[in-house]
Design a protein around this ligand. Structure first.
Ligand code: AMP
Ligand code: MG
Length: 498
């Protein structure tokens, strides 16, 4: 299928997925590209992974990151998976434009996948070309790295390489390859792939792999598979709560885009809200708002119910036992999510000690923000800056059309803050580390992409990535990156752009 040259010791690969049964994947190498050119190498991530950044940025390293050369120890493969897309089941999806090069164990002992995305056709490409356009590659790089800096579990971006080739979408667009790093690329849809084939042996083998790799503590439980399921559900509840805390909308929460390890994965038409409103949708392909901001918890639970179904054969001796176990697991999601979300919102309001009514207090503010279409990030950041200075409430009030209603809310908030045993300095510290100054605002992401795609100018991309690496710090001179879009800059729709 290709003729990528071998060699180069860049990664200390140890490939556990390649030791899984043959029906889990197809082995093949990436397809070489015309003129690979490094756009950006993530130095900090390379260091975290124990990789030699200089070697990766060398011509030979860039050939590996472009898929023109297969590194020593790599056992490249495309993973098989299925998935519910917008509620409809597709029994075979799989890595149609991605190839897992292998796994490395990072400096803290965590096993991480090294995957190329946009690396050419695979047996799972269906009608696709296996390639990625530069714009979506830059978008994933920017947003995934911003997520990581915000402290939200996510796949990472190690490198972006321009291919020197065009990909045909509606127009001919410059192509690129992203090197994605993940705890693993096992998805809800990976379990579904085997469930629809009634391959219980494969489900058991996959679950055992997941337990060993992501949830080792589950191995000691009475039923390790139930314990694994509980752990996956808890991680997803926590993940979605964190998304809501920063105004993130994934955009395509299909079961094939939900990671078993609990990382945010697959940055397609995702976006961060500027003005707060729970019904916000950006994705051009989400006409019914299935994946709207406030729907994300329910959708996560729906996806996890699909995961639960695949695991039923492993959840008990009798049919009744299995159903009861699966139901109990999925029913726990609501409480887990509420606890996680309360924690997120409490920190955003500067509260360290849980008290009844905290979530109502948060909703009181969010409702006012929705009514005023207040900028979510700026409002919370202004609140953080006002926490030790009630006079500054007047500044925050400017975000609201009904300033009186905000003043009333602020009074309640200050009453609640007064119940805390924590100093105002500590409250401010908590709030400034929970309320970012910088998020990857859509108009800035689009601007960075436009400069790169139209003019080959990666300056705005580089600047944006650097600014977003320190989202909680005030960065003098970067005020423009903090501001919401002017009306004419506003991006109302995002595209899958595959
Ligand atoms: P996504 O919407 O990116 O989650 O992708 C859904 C499915 O379509 C996955 O199986 C992808 O591998 C596949 N896919 C997306 N874009 C392409 C492409 N350009 N070529 C081949 N397969 C693709
Ligand atoms: Mg996907």
């Amino acid at each position: 299928m290709n003729d990528a040259a071998r060699s180069t010791k860049l990664f200390a690969f140890d490939n556990s997925y390649a030791r899984m049964p043959e029906r889990f994947y197809s082995r093949l190498s990436p397809t070489p590209v015309g003129r690979p050119q490094l756009i950006r190498l993530n130095q900090a991530l390379a260091a975290e992974l124990g990789l030699d950044a200089a070697a990766l940025a060398s011509p030979e390293g860039v050939e590996v990151l472009a898929g023109n050369r297969v590194a020593d120890g790599s056992e490249p493969l495309a993973q098989a998976y299925a998935g519910h897309q917008f509620g409809g089941f597709v029994p075979q999806l799989g890595d149609g434009r991605a190839i897992l090069l292998g796994e490395v164990v990072d400096r803290s002992g965590r096993r991480r996948d090294i995957q190329l995305k946009g690396s050419g056709p695979t047996p799972y490409s269906r009608r696709g070309d296996g390639r990625a356009a530069l714009g979506p590659v830059l978008r994933e790089f920017i947003v995934s790295e911003a997520m990581a800096a915000l402290g939200i579990p996510t796949t990472r971006s190690l490198a972006a390489v321009a291919t020197g080739e065009f990909v045909l979408r509606e127009d001919a667009l410059p192509g690129a390859v992203l090197t994605r790093v993940a705890a693993s690329h096992i998805r809800v849809g990976t379990f579904q792939f085997f469930a629809v084939r009634r391959d219980v042996d494969a489900i058991r083998a996959l679950a055992d792999h997941v337990i060993g790799r992501h949830y080792p503590e589950a191995a000691n439980a009475a039923n390790p598979y139930r314990a694994m399921l509980d752990a996956v559900i808890a991680r997803q509840a926590d993940l979605v709560a964190r998304w809501l805390g920063v105004g993130f909308i994934h955009g395509v929460m299909n079961t094939d885009n939900m990671s078993i390890a609990g990382e945010t994965i697959d940055y397609g038409p995702c976006a961060f809200m500027d003005a707060y409103h729970p019904s916000t949708v950006f994705s051009s392909i989400d006409a019914n708002g299935r994946y709207a901001y406030a729907n994300q918890p329910q959708i996560a639970q729906w996806n996890l119910a699909r995961l639960t179904e695949t695991l039923l054969p492993l959840l008990g001796e009798t049919e009744d036992e299995r159903m009861a176990s699966g139901q109990a697991a999925i029913m726990a999601f609501g409480g887990l999510f509420e606890a996680a979300y309360s924690g997120v919102m409490r920190a955003k309001l500067g509260l360290s000690e849980p008290k009844a009514g905290d979530l109502d207090l948060a909703h009181g503010l969010l409702d006012l923000m929705a009514a005023s279409r207040a900028d979510m990030t700026l409002t919370f950041r202004a609140l953080a800056q006002a926490v030790d200075d009630p006079v500054a409430d007047a500044v925050v009030a400017q975000s609201f059309t009904d300033q009186g209603a905000f003043a009333e809310w602020a009074l309640k908030w200050r009453g609640r803050l007064a119940l805390e045993a924590v100093s105002p300095e500590a409250q401010k510290q908590l709030m400034t580390s929970a309320n970012p100054a910088f998020i990857p605002r859509n108009h800035l992401v689009e601007e960075a992409i436009a400069h790169a795609v139209r003019d080959g100018d990666f300056g705005p991309f580089e600047t944006l990535v650097d600014v977003l690496a320190r989202p909680f710090d005030e960065q003098p001179g970067r005020e423009r990156h903090q501001l919401p879009p002017r009306p004419e800059e506003e991006v109302k729709q995002t595209f899958c752009g595959t």
